[in-house]
Design a protein around this ligand. Structure first.
Ligand code: KG4
Ligand code: ZN
Length: 403
């Protein structure tokens, strides 16, 4: 089966194609294997950096502009059956205009001019992110998926973005691209720590038949951890997305043995639950920056030291809560997902925890730690047998992984 994944929940426009097959092992068990045909990500981060964060209307406009050219590019990797011309392409396009032009004229405009869509490619399913994310951005991918589903007469499967981050971490990073592979074997119960620009969640992962199921152990009460990185970066005069910049400064502070004169809080580190709070940390950074500006000490050394102290605070909080979650659930493995998982200091600490508890750690490879459509296509393939498409898919900005 060939699945097209579509991801537009935030500031990355992404499409991916994967192929799946069932194989029987010597013990008679049937396993699903995956092959990545192509995975394309078009980042808008540079455009949003002027706003210090993702600007939803701009994200919507960019997704609407990017999707059709990305699709054209990705379809080149598929043998399209040139004999299979769409029987009534013009009428179908007309019906899309009626249905969606008001909601997204830009997307309809580029869709209408995509003559390559007259040919039906060999794709069996479409998987699209329905949430969580920015609703105007999510809607672009959803309308696109709905139109393609109707045009090609194939089912469209709604996928939770955070589940994408969980499953993406189970891909075998050592396999060369294009090779057949199975997802890594996950011992359950597992604890997943999901850390991104919009979310900070600890989730217990179990298995129900062939599907994974999730229950929420804890989450942030205010800012997400990625958001804290981005806001702190902004206060230090660094560009969006701030995570990589903070991480670089913190690394330099380590090399240069710079110790921050400011001690930041470790919010909720000793609370009895598995929740988080990062807005106080950002406020503490704000006060430290204001003081430094007043005292004329707001220089590179100060910034590096503060970035390191900030990263240490985040690390200590995440490490403490992750260990607590492992002990409370008796977790047999650890999954880390979301864009913040690209942070090297955090990765090293998560590896130490896995070693301490002698359980496997599943980290996404660096190229899929951020948002991508490969993870969406993977979840779509897992759900394709069980998801009956009864009602049209809608955007759910606050969709929970447990729903
Ligand atoms: O999962 P993601 O790509 O998008 C969302 O779904 O939010 O996560 C983006 C977040 C941003 O806040 C970005 O600053 C953060 O991941 N990030 C990092 C690093 N690389 C990206 N945070 C800390 N250290 C990094 N190296
Ligand atoms: Zn994400």
């Amino acid at each position: 089966m060939i699945i097209l994944g579509i991801e537009t929940s935030c500031d990355e426009t992404a499409l991916a194609l994967i192929e799946t097959r069932e194989i029987k092992s010597s013990d008679g068990k049937v396993h699903t294997e995956y092959r990545i045909i192509q995975s394309l990500v078009h980042s808008q981060a540079e455009l949003h950096s002027a706003y210090g964060g993702v600007f939803p209307t701009l994200a919507k406009r960019e997704h609407s502009k990017n999707l059709v050219p990305l699709l054209e590019k990705i379809l080149k990797d598929l043998p399209s059956d040139t004999h299979k011309k769409h029987p009534n392409f013009t009428e179908t396009l007309e019906s899309f205009k009626q249905a969606y032009c008001e909601q997204n004229a830009d997307l309809l405009e580029s869709f209408t001019h995509a003559r390559f869509l007259e040919h039906i490619p060999h794709i069996d399913r479409i998987a699209v992110t329905e949430g969580p994310g920015l609703e105007p951005a999510l809607w672009v991918g959803i309308i696109f998926a709905r139109m393609l589903g109707e045009l090609w007469n194939i089912p469209v499967i709604p996928v939770n973005h955070m589940e994408g981050h969980v499953v993406g971490s189970l891909l075998d990073n050592d396999k060369p691209s294009g090779a057949w592979q199975q997802l890594k074997k996950l011992e359950v119960p597992a604890v997943a720590l999901l850390i991104s620009g919009g979310h900070t969640e600890l989730v217990e992962v179990t298995r129900h038949k062939l599907q994974l199921s999730y229950s929420l152990l804890g989450q942030t009460r205010d800012d997400a951890v990625g958001e804290a990185f981005d806001k702190t970066a902004r206060l230090l005069g660094l560009q969006y997305p701030g995570g990589p910049h903070i991480s670089r400064l913190a690394h330099e502070a380590g090399e240069e043995k710079i110790i921050s004169s400011v001690k930041l809080p470790r919010p909720m580190i000793s609370s009895n639950d598995l929740n988080f709070s990062f807005s106080g940390l950002k406020t503490a950074v704000l006060y430290a920056v204001q003081d430094a500006q007043k005292n004329n000490t707001f220089n590179e050394t100060f910034k590096k030291g503060l970035a390191r102290e900030f990263e240490q605070s985040i690390t200590e909080v995440l490490v403490t809560k992750l260990q607590k979650a492992i002990e409370e659930t008796g977790a047999q493995s650890i999954i880390i997902g979301g864009g913040v998982s690209a942070n090297h200091v955090l990765r090293a600490h998560f590896a130490q925890i896995a070693e301490r508890y002698s359980i496997p750690l599943f980290l996404p490879s660096m190229h899929i730690s951020g948002d991508n459509a490969l993870m969406i296509a993977l979840v779509g393939s897992m759900k394709s047998e069980t998801t009956a498409q009864s009602t049209p898919i809608h955007a759910h900005g606050t969709k929970k992984i447990t729903e």
